[in-house]
Design a protein. Structure first.
Lengths: 649, 155
């Protein structure tokens, strides 16, 4: 029975909606679509976030608990798993809509809190501390005394365009996507425009590649279209392995059909009949989502052979990367797809003329492609209304680190970073002081209080030597040591360097070694070793500049960026480490000195028995002492002492 | 043996570009790449095994020893690092006595480091099967490992 019903629905959507030639649909069709969109629900609907962040916080268990609750109480209601709403601090996020009323948004509804919360909603006795806001539009009854979601700082300063569907529909349901206007701009495109016209429209919109370089997307497509060849390829780069960024993944999970539609339009624009999604590995969740979405799209005939009798063929496949950071680079990515080691090649020739299997290939990032269906649907002029003179549209960031509110955010180009830190994130957690904002991951730079008024804009950032990068933003507070942080990135790059060119392979290793020396405790070091250590420190800046100038690809050229930028902004912190042997954030283990307060120590022997290197001596019931030469600075003694007798300097 | 043949059956013989997907499929099926598997792939794709091994070791997703009954994935992303993942990783290293990518002698445990799993607000995050352990502290590790040991014994 159910199969029959969904078949009927599919026929309706394909025949009455997708195959319908004009932009406006008959009223009867619109009415049915509105039902699929659940615009006026007649039963309570519970929306549960189901992105990676939510799953990790336990949303699947919460959804199961909610399902059980509805069954036990005999309430006829719906549970809809949606893409992540954005604020990771609120996960697992529940939003509940009672018929005719505005939606209520609840935060951190873990499995154990489900019953209390839902009881509250259904018996009009809201649990205050978990209730965040209400959201709704005209035609619904508002709740008294509950703030609207648009007024909450996290949402107030955002402009959600790519993320507009997030939290409203089930990303696993192609029906809902089509009911929200999905795939219609793709079909409009292949019905009404030639390949050149599509490239033109996208070029006119001013859309630029979102994965760092900021190249005009329409122009890139034109280059590929104008390269004479019998076959072309489109690659969607969803390999996001910057260690602190999850934009692409969240977008993939939250709205996979929009991405597929973007790929369809881009493939049509360049005349490609094969597209590849190059996906980050190790995350089964986005892979399954995307695969299901592709299967559904194939079933509906929006991808495949002779798409809805238009004569255009397109097949999309998913290829999982095998785990190499450098494969984010275009030529290395192509090498990896061809079954070789992912090592960058010299450019030119650019992939647009000589790419995958020697054919013209366009590589676009997930976020770029997500914008394309909207541009085709609403026109390039609409897109140009957003942003600054050179950078149009919006930008996604995955805001992480020590901010009060973190998560996936989308801001209009031209927003200042101060708005992001002080507005969207609402300052720093636990009332600590802001230190820096790290942008662009292991190849990025630091933005400090000094230049926090910079705007999100390709040119404005480039002038300051900052690359937009992949969209990772990490808020750092005073508890993070910059030297240690730079070492973490250098360690990452060193492991990921492909080894093809010497400056990157050797330079990263050498820089890592020197940075490790800075934060190491010089145990039993002879004078020669000390001299060598200092020589290294002196050479650090030279190595950085040589690597920047002579490395083959972007990975090596940008690898010293965090270090250079940290040195510019936090030179005194480096000097403290080197000359005073002191870490102001008390992070670097090697530089911590522990001592025992003789007045407080009771001689209980706990610290001495826990010390991994037996550096603590003393007689029972007498004050103990720590032998500094043996101490490795692990801090276990401080953690285990019940009398706070161990102090750290 | 049969399984590897089944997997190879999905691909075209001699197509070098299928090498990575083949390796991924075999690893998904068997948990690691055995010597035998590499020899078979070499025969199928008409490639030397050194080339295949060279490629497989270039990418860090491939393993050459079976993973433990309980496999831990520890997030080593930037936010988890800021929140103290390094101490957690060290605690695991000391507790299990193995490096990332290795398997304990009794075959019970193995672990790997991953970059950002997307749960930045919950970090440091450890993923075991379908379960996620959030806000892990180094002092929680001995208890966690003891708990997982029970799980490993059941498997």
């Amino acid at each position: 029975m159910k199969g029959e019903k969904s078949n009927e629905l599919m026929t309706f959507l394909v025949e009455e909606v997708l195959r319908h030639g004009s932009d406006t649909l008959p009223a009867a069709t619109e009415k049915r679509l509105s039902e699929i969109r659940r615009e006026k629900p007649s039963v309570p609907v519970i929306y549960v976030s189901s992105g990676s962040a939510a799953v990790i916080a336990g949303s699947e268990k919460s959804a199961a608990a909610a399902d059980l609750y509805l069954k036990e109480m005999g309430i006829n209601g719906l549970i809809v798993m949606t893409g992540g709403h954005g604020p990771a601090v609120f996960e697992p996020l529940f939003s509940v809509q009672l018929p005719g009323k505005n939606r209520l948004v609840f935060r951190n509804i873990t499995e154990d809190k489900v019953e209390v919360t839902l009881n509250g909603v259904f018996h009009n006795d809201m649990p205050d501390e978990d209730l965040v806001a209400q959201s709704g539009s005209t035609g619904f009854e508002a709740w008294y005394g509950i703030p609207f979601i648009e007024d909450i700082p996290f949402f107030k300063f955002q402009k959600r365009v790519v993320l507009e569907n997030f939290g409203f529909y089930d990303p696993e349901s192609i029906e809902e996507y089509i009911a929200r206007g999905g795939y219609r701009s793709f079909l409009k495109t292949i019905r009404n425009y030639t390949h050149e016209e599509v490239c033109d429209i996208v070029e006119r919109s001013g859309l630029r590649g979102r994965s760092g370089g900021g190249f005009t997307t329409g122009l890139k497509w034109k280059y590929a279209l104008n390269s004479a060849s019998d076959n072309r390829y489109l690659i969607c780069n969803a390999k996001e392995s910057d260690p602190g960024s999850y934009c692409d993944r969240s977008v993939l999970e939250g709205d996979p059909h929009r991405l597929i539609e973007g790929i369809c339009i881009a493939s049509y624009a360049i005349g490609a009949s094969n597209a590849v999604i190059f996906l980050k590995t190790g995350s089964p969740h986005p892979f399954a989502r995307l695969k299901n979405a592709l299967d559904a799209a194939r079933e509906y005939g929006v991808i495949g052979h002779n798409i809805l009798s238009s004569g255009f063929n397109l097949d999309i496949i998913i290829r999982e990367e095998a785990g190499a950071y450098v494969c984010g680079e275009e030529t290395a990515l192509i090498g990896s797809l061809e079954g070789k080691r992912g090592m960058p090649e010299l450019k030119p020739p650019y992939p647009t003329s000589d790419g995958l299997y020697g054919k013209p290939t366009v590589i676009n990032n997930v976020e770029t492609l997500m914008n394309v269906p909207l541009i085709m649907a609403r026109g390039p002029e609409w897109f140009r209304t957003m942003g600054t003179s050179n950078s149009k549209g919006t930008k996604l960031f995955s805001l992480g680190g020590r901010g009060r509110y973190t998560g996936l955010i989308e801001v209009e180009m031209g927003t200042t970073f101060r708005t992001i830190v002080e507005g969207i994130s609402d300052g720093i957690r636990d009332g600590r002081a802001f230190k820096a904002l790290q942008i662009g991951g292991p190849s990025g730079t630091f933005i400090t209080n000094k230049n926090l008024d910079l705007t999100v804009d390709f040119e404005a950032l480039r002038e300051q030597g900052i690359a937009m990068g992949s969209g990772g933003l990490i808020i750092i507070d005073e508890t993070t040591c910059m030297v240690d942080f730079v070492r973490f990135y250098m360690d990452f790059i060193h492991k990921e360097s492909c080894g093809k060119c010497i400056p990157c392979r050797e330079g990263t290793g050498r820089m890592l070694e020197i940075l490790e020396n800075i934060i190491r405790k010089p145990h039993n070091e002879d004078s020669n070793a000390t001299l060598e250590r200092f020589k290294g420190v002196m050479q650090l800046e030279i190595i950085a500049s040589v690597m920047k100038d002579t490395s083959l690809c972007g990975l090596g050229q940008t690898a010293p960026n965090p270090f250079i930028s940290a040195l510019d902004n936090f030179r005194e912190e480096f000097e403290e480490h080197i000359f005073d042997r002191r870490c102001r954030a008390n992070v670097c283990r090697g530089l911590r000195t522990f001592s025992i307060d003789v007045d407080k120590c009771t001689g209980c022997t706990v610290c001495a028995s826990k010390c991994p290197v037996n550096a603590i001596y003393g007689t029972r019931l007498q004050p103990f002492f720590i032998v500094d030469d043996k101490c490795i600075g692990c801090g276990i003694c401080k953690d285990v002492c019940k009398f706070s007798a161990v102090t750290v300097r | 043996m049969k399984k590897i043949e089944d997997i190879l059956g999905h691909y075209r013989a001699g197509s070098h570009e299928s090498l990575i997907p083949i390796l991924q499929d075999i690893q998904a099926e068997e948990g690691y790449l055995s010597e035998n598997a590499i020899v078979q792939i070499g025969r199928f794709l008409e490639m030397s095994t050194t080339k295949i091994y060279g490629l497989a070791t270039f990418y860090d997703r491939f393993r050459f020893i079976p993973s433990g009954k309980v496999h831990l994935r520890i997030c080593d992303g930037t936010t988890c690092f800021i929140n103290g993942s390094e101490a957690v990783i060290n605690a695991i290293r000391e507790n299990l006595g193995i490096e990332p990518g290795q398997t304990t002698r009794d075959g019970k445990f193995s672990y790997e480091l991953t970059t950002c799993m997307g749960g930045c607000n919950e970090g440091p995050v450890i993923n075991v099967g379908d379960n996620y352990h959030n806000h892990v502290k180094p002092e929680d590790i001995p208890e966690l490992i003891t708990k997982l040991k029970v799980l490993a014994d059941l498997k």
